[in-house]
Design a protein around this ligand. Structure first.
Ligand code: DIG
Ligand code: MN
Ligand code: MN
Length: 399
């Protein structure tokens, strides 16, 4: 039994927070390329019960996290019925589902991008069955992470062929969802490498362009992950902001990562706290921008050093840090000095001339008296702004 959370803990998770975990996250037994499992394999029903006790709202799954590969229809029926009961008993929902297209050797050289049409067919069929399962469990988002869609010996296929096969697969599956009348959207998750030497469509930016080439692009968005964009050396906050601006942030995988390392999938906020703060500020819209309304999914796992108790501390830590950062972001964006420093510099005379070309506007630009040296001498006040952010993050402001 987990130790009860302290009464009136303002950082205790609530269903309104929409915190979710995958079965594979808190169920991670601690196996890695250099060592065996250190924790027992947990049954899905136990994970659901424990996540509910921690205050989580939802639980996500790959098809084979619940229904073992190769199960018969009867076994599938029994397993799914039992899982639905555990969800009802715990008051948990399934916001997202996905397909495991990376564990079985059949996918060793890709799933949708395999050179073998039989493998591509197997991957499509497995995904259709995974979508059926996700819809049956109430999922509204279906994630595609192409962990094996890549290469080491790059002469193995023309990368353009790989992209074309990926497009064929997503277009086919979008049409399947429409044909079935399912109410579910797709979210594509990028990763630059691991387990393949290079993975196609390696960043959220690549995915956003790829989506624009699809037949049913309106039902496809992205599922950015902190660790994956960080592995690529990119700003996760900027990638998520571009997805939000394009109205394509359909889901998000929250965790933590040190740059230059393998995919660590660490507890949310446990590494780059400044970026975690800025991400929560962006998602929650505390600075006045559009708020992300989807699940806050922690695609992460406890350190291999941990026992079962450590796993649930990990889960609570993810959610608690997120809620503490929400409070810190609200504090920062309600600070009058901060609001002055980040205020938009509007200029009633110039602003209208900068958008919507016309010859009159071009002439107006030419006529403007703009002193580049004076503009260059102006200080931006960002040292003060960033210090204020640090002080709000550290809880010393407001005083
Ligand atoms: C890894 O980051 C991937 C898989 O765990 C899963 O397919 C997806 C959903 O969160 N993330
Ligand atoms: Mn992920
Ligand atoms: Mn990851």
């Amino acid at each position: 039994m987990l130790s009860p959370m302290t009464e009136n803990d303002r950082y205790a998770p609530t269903p309104e927070d929409q915190f979710s975990f995958g079965l594979w996250t808190v169920g991670n037994p601690g196996r890695d390329p250099f060592g065996e499992a250190v924790r027992p394999q947990l049954e899905p029903a136990e994970i659901v019960c424990k996540l509910a006790q921690c205050g989580a709202w939802g639980v996500n799954l790959h098809d084979n996290d619940l229904v073992p590969f190769g199960s018969s229809a009867a076994e599938r029926g029994r397993i799914v019925a039992a899982f639905k009961k555990s969800l009802r008993d715990a008051g948990m929902v399934v916001p997202m589902a996905t397909t495991n297209l990376f564990s079985h050797p059949v996918f060793k050289d890709g799933a949708y991008t395999s050179n073998d049409p039989k493998v591509r067919a197997f991957a499509l069929r497995k995904t259709m069955e995974g979508i059926d399962l996700g819809v049956e469990l109430g999922a509204r988002t279906y994630v595609f992470w192409g962990g094996r869609e890549g290469s080491e010996a790059d002469a193995c296929r023309d990368p353009r062929t790989a992209i074309s096969h990926m497009r064929d697969a997503i277009d086919f599956l979008c049409a399947y969802v429409k044909d079935q009348g399912y109410d579910i959207r797709f979210a594509l998750e990028a990763k630059p490498n691991e387990p393949r030497g290079d993975i196609y469509l390696p960043t959220t930016g690549h995915m956003l362009h790829f989506i624009s080439t699809l037949q049913h692009e309106e039902m496809v968005g992205v599922n950015p992950e902190v660790a994956h964009e960080t592995m690529a050396g990119l700003s996760f906050v900027h990638g998520v902001a571009q997805a939000m601006e394009a109205r394509k942030l359909f889901h998000i995988d929250l965790n933590a990562q040190r740059i230059g390392r393998y995919d660590q999938d660490l507890r949310f906020g446990s590494e780059d706290l400044k970026q975690a703060f800025l991400l929560v500020r962006l998602l929650e819209g505390t600075s006045g921008g559009q708020r992300y309304g989807g699940p806050r999914h922690f695609d992460a796992h406890a350190y291999r050093t941990e026992d079962q108790a450590g796993v649930w501390e990990f889960a609570r830590g993810c959610m608690r840090t997120y809620k503490i950062l929400v409070e810190r972001a609200l504090s920062f964006d309600s600070d009058p000095e901060v609001r002055d420093l980040v205020a938009e510099h509007n200029d009633a005379e110039i602003d209208p001339a900068l958008t919507g070309y016309s010859r009159e506007k071009a002439d107006r630009l030419r006529a403007l008296d703009l002193d580049a040296d004076a503009l260059g001498r102006r200080g931006c006040g960002y040292e003060r702004l960033d210090q204020l952010m640090i002080e709000h993050m550290l809880g010393v402001r407001p005083a």
